[in-house]
Each structure stands twice: as structure tokens, then as C-alpha cells.
Design a protein around this ligand. Structure first.
Ligand code: KE4
Length: 426
């Protein structure tokens, strides 16, 4: 038995499914989860000493690569002053000022501890501000695991093939409306029926939890127009795209101004951090300023702030960071497309910036229904091949490849050779 197998055997006795988050279980790819022991730059090392090129990056946070010395130093210095105070600190002010200076739509921001918490709180603020209850989401988008969002959710919910979750009373989801991604008509229909009862529309501006699905021309602009017309708030869930698609996320990339934005992952530099923010008039509804209650013992934790501040400042201050990241990512994804073409493979590759997804389906993927036509068994075979080639991909068809700045040109070529060995010299 490998050490990972032994550890997994122990883990399943005390942790549901042996993991602390379902997508890590490798369930849909029929492999034993690799128990990792360390990570540096673009590389992971597992308990058996195997090393991998990392295209998961802890599901997004590690955009700089792992164990960046500047981030580690910042965390180490913060630790020496104490781990948590449960009181106001300068670091939280610096983080709020930094986010507001980078993301123009964010006039005020509240730190929380996860993307789930950010979304849950943003929705509460939207309902408190508008006095309305309905929330419109899109099938295949994943916004964390708060009850109201577990309706046709993506990510691990989609991987498990369970459209919704057990344990969520109908009362928690009866105000959640679901439309089809990239289908403005499906949104208009729901607004025709519920218009002035809809508090907010929440959307991943680039879908990355049903695999990667890009917004069609006019889709995001249409959501902005419809929300403004009905006095509903537009919430961009930028937990994945935030600080990744550009320094100011998808909203900066596409030039759309949401009313609220949720953040996670990159904002914490690898530590547990989420945030929600946006219009001042909405955010001033949040306690203790306003009547919308939200709180958290470790919100704005000084060590987590140190990691997040160090990472975001590096993203802001490194000349040409995004151009270089996108240039390398483009080489990877277009190289994969060339291999698929040479192999006369019908599979689809969606990509934007440093996000990409190879769908094992013959039809273009632009929403939940088309993503679901993917052959997850075929994906599992590809996943296992790449794992044996030392390439660590997300263990699900319905997740993204996350390219980090630490990946080198040579490592991209190595990756393309591994893809080639799968599709051409099979
Ligand atoms: P967390 O609560 O996992 O920090 O964030 C929830 C969340 C919210 N919004 C978006 C757009 C997200 O992608 C996520 C979490 N993403 C998944 C990966 N697809 C996290 C991985 C996991 O669940 O372990």
C-alpha cells in the first residue's frame, strides 16, 4: 500500500469521505486521493515522495505558486506578534483600502473567512437593502454551500451528480430562482414573473464550477441592464476570477460594474479569507452600521491579512504580471487545442486568462446542460494518465485548470507532451 492509501484508510474512519471538502476525494476519477506533504512554486510533493506539476493551486489561491518567500515572510512576521486578537487591527484597514483602490466598484468591504461566508453575507445584505427575498442564480454556478445556494450548484455538487443537497429545507430554497447561464431570455422570464421581488442576481462572471464556461457577448451587460431596470442588485461572485482574470478581476476584464462583489481564495494568499463589498449605500446596511447582522471571530485575522496583503501587493506591483501569466496560459491552452486537432479529437477546450477546462464532449460548452453532456469516465481516464505523468489536475470534469505564475515555459512543454502522449500515441 502507498502512504496515501494508508492515510486515506485512516482518514475515512474519522472524516466523512476521508476528506474535509468533497472535491478532494477523487471520487469521480476512481483514484485514491494523493495526501500532500509540501508544495513549492509549481510543484507538489505527496506522502510517497511523488512530485507533481500543480494545475489546481489549492483551487485558485496559489496564483503566485506555492510558498512564495515574500508571502511566507509576511506570515512569519505576523505570527510573531500573535495569531488572533478578535479586535481591530491596522492590517484590516490596509486590506480594505487596498481592495477598494484595486476594484473601483468596492467602496466598502467586510472581511470574512471563506467564499461561502462572503456569498451568504452578500445575499443577506442585498435582501436587507432591497427588502426583497428572491435571489436569482444560474444552474452550474457554485457559490459555496449556504443553504439558499445549494440549488443546481456546480463544483462538488455537480461532480456528485446530486442536483441539490439533502438537509436543506424547502423553505431555504423557495426564494432561489434558477436561470440558464448565457441565456438572458431565461432571466427575463423570471423577472417578468418575479421582477420587483428579486433582491439580487448572483453570477460567476466566468463560470468555473461547471468546468470553465465563458460569458457570451452581451450576457453580463444584459444582467447589468435587467438588474438596474428592476432595482435588483447585481452580485459578481469573483471568488475564483477576483485578482485572477485581471488585478480587478472579471469586472475589470469585462468593464461591468456590479453592485456587490464576493471574494475568496487569492485574497487570502492561501489562508482562510473571504470578503464581500461594493456600493457604500448597500454595505452600510451591515452591522454594526446597519441592521443586517453578520459577524466572525476570525474575520480579518492578522495572520491571514498578512498573507493576503503580501500576495495582492505582489500582483499589483509586479510589472507585467498578468500579461506574463496569460501569455504562458495561452501557450498551454492553445497547445492543447492543437493536439486535440491533430488527434482529430472532438473534445472542447474552453479557456480565458489562466483558467481552462478540457470537456470530454463533442458539443460546445456554454452552460450547465451542455457541460453535463461530458463523458466523465473519459475524463477520469485522462485524469489518471496525467496523474501518472506527474501532472496534478482537479479531480473532476466540472472544475477548472488554474495556471500559476510559477509554471515555467519548460513545464508547460512537459505538460503538452503528457497531453500528446494521451491523445496521439495512445
Ligand atoms: P469557499 O467557501 O470554498 O471558500 O468558497 C466557495 C465558493 C464561492 N464561489 C465560487 C465561485 C467558488 O468557486 C467557491 C469555491 N470553489 C470550489 C472549487 N470549485 C472550492 C473547492 C472546494 O469546495 O473544496
Amino acid at each position: 500500500m502507498t502512504k496515501s492509501e494508508m492515510l486515506f484508510e485512516r482518514a475515512v474512519k474519522y472524516i466523512p469521505g476521508g476528506v474535509n471538502s468533497p472535491v478532494r476525494a477523487f471520487g469521480s476519477v476512481g483514484e485514491t486521493p494523493r495526501f500532500l506533504v509540501s508544495a513549492k512554486g509549481s510543484h507538489l510533493t505527496d506522502a510517497d515522495g511523488n512530485t507533481y506539476l500543480d494545475y489546481v493551486g489549492s483551487w485558485g489561491p496559489m496564483i503566485l505558486g506555492h510558498s512564495h518567500p515574500v508571502v511566507l515572510e509576511a506570515v512569519s512576521e505576523a505570527c510573531k506578534k500573535g495569531l488572533s486578537f478578535g479586535a481591530a487591527t491596522e492590517a484590516e484597514v490596509e486590506m480594505a483600502e487596498l481592495i477598494s483602490s484595486i476594484v473601483p466598484s468596492v467602496e466598502m468591504v467586510r472581511m470574512v473567512n471563506s467564499g461561502t461566508e462572503a456569498v451568504m453575507s452578500a445575499i443577506r445584505a442585498a435582501r436587507g437593502f432591497t427588502g426583497r427575498n428572491k435571489i436569482l442564480k444560474f444552474a452550474g454556478c457554485y457559490h459555496g454551500h449556504s443553504d439558499a445556494m445549494l440549488v443546481k450548484a456546480g463544483s462538488g455538487v455537480m461532480t456528485a451528480g446530486v442536483p441539490d443537497s439533502a438537509g436543506v429545507p424547502a423553505g431555504c430554497t423557495e426564494d432561489t430562482l434558477t436561470a440558464s447561464y448565457n441565456d438572458l431570455e431565461s432571466v427575463e422570464k423570471l423577472f417578468d414573473a418575479w421582477g420587483y421581488e428579486i433582491a439580487a442576481v448572483i453570477v460567476e462572471p466566468v463560470g468555473a464550477n461547471m468546468g470553465v464556461v465563458l460569458p457570451k457577448e452581451g450576457f453580463l451587460e444584459g444582467l447589468r441592464r435587467i438588474c438596474t431596470k428592476h432595482g435588483s442588485l447585481l452580485i459578481f461572485d469573483e471568488v475564483i476570477t477576483g485578482f485572477r482574470l485581471s488585478l480587478s478581476g472579471a469586472q475589470g476584464y469585462y468593464g461591468i460594474k456590479p453592485d456587490l462583489t464576493t471574494f475568496g481564495k487569492i485574497i487570502g494568499g492561501g489562508m482562510p479569507v473571504g470578503a464581500y463589498g461594493g456600493r457604500k449605500d448597500v454595505m452600510e446596511m451591515v452591522a454594526p452600521k446597519g441592521p443586517v447582522y453578520q459577524a466572525g471571530t476570525l474575520s480579518g485575522n492578522p495572520v491571514a491579512m498578512a498573507a493576503g496583503l503580501a500576495q495582492i501587493r505582489l500582483l499589483r506591483d509586479t510589472p507585467g504580471f498578468y500579461q506574463e501569466l496569460h501569455r504562458k496560459s495561452h501557450r498551454l491552452f492553445t497547445g492543447m487545442e492543437e493536439i486535440l486537432k491533430e488527434a482529430e479529437s472532438p473534445y472542447q477546450l474552453n479557456h480565458i486568462g489562466s483558467l481552462g477546462c478540457l470537456f470530454f464532449t463533442e458539443q460546445p460548452v456554454d452552460d450547465y446542460a451542455s457541460a453535463k453532456t461530458s463523458d466523465t469516465e473519459a475524463f477520469a481516464r485522462y485524469f489518471s494518465h496525467m496523474l501518472r505523468e506527474g501532472i496534478y489536475l482537479a479531480p473532476s470534469q466540472f472544475e477548472a485548470m488554474f495556471v500559476s505564475a510559477a509554471i515555467t515555459e519548460e513545464e508547460i512543454e512537459e505538460t503538452l507532451q503528457a497531453v500528446r502522449r494521451y491523445f496521439i500515441s495512445q
